[in-house]
Design a protein around this ligand. Structure first.
Ligand code: ZN
Length: 261
């Protein structure tokens, strides 16, 4: 709990420093504040074991990824995306990756045993000692039971039709990976990357039929995870994910400060 307070103090010091002009007395004041917080941090790190372990729940396209970036920069804990880890395994052609690919291409969930093993290994690494953000895990109640380490669970809620429009319009540059959206962030020339001239492609699991399948799977298997967390100790915070990302972020930040500090 104390470590979190200090991390937030450091964040305040950083923003204070960035706002300050070059005048010497302001710089001195800022340095003193910085030094004091640093000493507090060193003194208190040894006595606290509280970690910021955040679970992001919600259907595909509800804004979990954007929220995760905001949490990373505010709280300084790593983001763990099972989607990214699995896509990396698929790209590398590992046995787990090839097995996972068959499920992902069909819009189905990868089996619990595979995912749990991948996640457990990841969160036992040293950079997760002060916490982590899980995005895309747990997706089922058995996975939630296997994790049993959450401190705060944020549930992003958006209507299905809104999600179909959001996800169906996503495009990515095949060459440099730059993201686009047909409605919200279109390229200057249709189908062509502004940055490198590469071809814009749609991810296999972003076509409408697959999106609807993913939403169906979400409602059947992942929605009960929110209910699981609501019953087990009041960790759950519901957020209206249909708003602007910046508005959602204000609520995310407030919820985590309440939970952790
Ligand atoms: Zn490009």
């Amino acid at each position: 709990m104390r470590a979190m307070t200090i991390v937030l103090n450091l964040a305040r010091v950083r923003s204070l420093r960035s706002r300050m002009s070059d005048r010497a007395e302001q710089r001195d004041a800022s340095n003193n504040l910085w030094a004091t917080s640093y000493l507090d941090l060193r003194g208190q790190m040894a006595t606290t074991k509280k970690a910021v372990r955040v679970v992001l729940l919600g259907p595909p396209g509800a804004g979990k990824g954007t929220a995760a970036s905001g949490i990373v920069s505010e709280f300084g804990v790593p983001q763990i995306s099972t989607g990214d880890m699995l896509r990396a395994a698929v790209a590398a052609g590992t046995r787990t990756g090839l097995e996972a690919k068959q499920y992902m291409d069909a819009g189905k969930l990868v089996p619990d045993t595979t995912i749990v093993a991948v996640v457990q290994e990841r969160i036992s690494q040293p950079d997760c000692a002060s916490g982590f953000i899980l995005d895309g895990f747990p997706r089922t109640v058995p996975q939630a039971e296997a994790l049993d380490k959450a401190l705060a669970v944020l549930s992003f809620e958006v209507e299905d039709e809104d999600l179909v429009a959001r996800l169906g319009g996503r495009r990515t540059c095949a060459k440099c990976g730059a993201p686009y959206h047909l409605r919200n962030m279109p390229p200057r020339v249709a189908g062509v990357c502004d940055k490198c001239g590469g071809q814009l492609v749609q991810r296999a699991d972003d076509n409408e039929a697959t999106i609807r399948k993913r939403l169906e799977t979400f409602h059947a298997q992942t929605a009960p995870v929110a209910e699981y967390y609501r019953k087990s100790g009041g960790l759950l915070v519901r957020l209206d994910g249909s708003r602007r990302a910046s508005e959602v972020q204000v609520d995310v930040s407030a919820a985590l400060r309440r939970a952790c500090c």
